[in-house]
Write a protein that binds this ligand. Structure first.
Ligand SMILES: C[S@@+](CC[C@H](N)C(=O)[O-])C[C@H]1O[C@@H](n2cnc3c(N)ncnc32)[C@H](O)[C@@H]1O
Length: 274
């Protein structure tokens, strides 16, 4: 692809399809195939290197129409990913599970998510946006034996998520709740993961600062530039609270990961990443 016009046309078509499919969700799996195909196509679109130059040109031009289209595409595709997790959960609970490209893409990330800050059986992991099919909590708890707490603002996602955990992860230490951060005891949390499709994730990160201990490490999933059509992008943090330690760039994957640690004040001097 080389023309910005074609790029905008494809993006508009995806936006229409997503808007339509999001409105059709009715608690059954009737439209799951259509949504899976659309999301897999969109994942390929935002990870295709050939689309970079059109994206960069449009970003430079920064027309109001492009900015609006990109924001809408991000928001509705995030809603559709959450719906696709519902479909996946409903299929599993109905005895009919499959794995789409999008899920393979996320699952392949989990291994490297915390870089050198490994999760062990003594870790306590907190995930924001655990979803209806909590594959991150499940894989972490299964592979490491760590305790995992997941929150989600959607009651249906929490309910489906619990049933999926019961089915796939009986005996694992996973707790899913719909709760605001300040109602949870997060003092012993060692690792935090933010789902990349949580719109206010950077506000929540700041909120977490006083509620967590010094050694905590945060994996913030995000997508910049072309990937921001499917993810909320990285933001500058308040220099007094969180410091960026590492970014794990994952070409060909739907999102990247930024690792943060607390900036702490020691002996009157500001020290980073203790
Ligand atoms: C794509 S899904 C979850 C990721 C996936 N299940 C995993 O394990 O990697 C994103 C979820 O974030 C939830 N979400 C969005 N905003 C949120 C917020 N402010 N707080 C908690 N959850 C949120 C949505 O309801 C949705 O279920």
């Amino acid at each position: 692809m080389n023309s910005t016009e074609t790029f905008l046309q494809i993006l508009t078509e995806y936006l229409d399809k997503f808007t339509n499919l999001a409105a059709k969700y009715d608690g059954t799996i009737q439209y799951s195939k259509e949504l899976e195909t659309t999301i897999d196509g969109y994942s390929a679109f935002i990870t295709d290197e050939r689309n970079h130059s059109a994206w960069e040109q449009l970003e430079r031009q920064a027309s109001n129409e492009f900015i609006r289209l990109a924001a809408e595409a991000r928001s509705v595709s995030a809603r559709c990913v959450a719906i696709m997790e519902k479909y996946r959960a409903l299929k599993l609970l109905d005895g009919n599970a499959g794995l789409t490209d999008y899920f393979k893409n996320i699952e392949s990330c989990i291994e490297s998510e915390f870089g050198s800050f490994h999760v062990t059986s003594d870790s306590k992991v907190f995930m924001v946006g655990s979803g209806s099919f909590p594959m991150t909590p499940l894989l972490i708890a299964k592979r490491t034996g760590a305790e995992v707490i997941g929150i989600d603002i959607d009651d249906e996602a929490v309910e489906l998520g619990r049933r999926v955990v019961e089915r796939l992860g009986g005996g694992l230490r996973i707790r899913l709740v719909n709760s605001s951060i300040d109602h949870l005891d997060l003092k012993n949390v060692s690792h935090i993961i933010f789902s990349s499709t949580v719109p206010n994730k950077y506000d929540m990160l700041e909120q977490l600062h006083p509620l967590t201990e010094e050694r905590v490490v945060v994996a913030m999933r995000y997508g910049d530039r072309l990937k921001s059509l499917f993810n909320y992008p990285m933001k500058e943090t308040d220099g007094q609270t969180w410091g960026l330690v590492e970014t794990v760039l994952r070409p060909g994957h739907v999102f990247d990961v930024a690792l943060y640690k607390k900036v702490s004040v020691a002996s009157g001097q500001r020290r980073r990443f203790t």
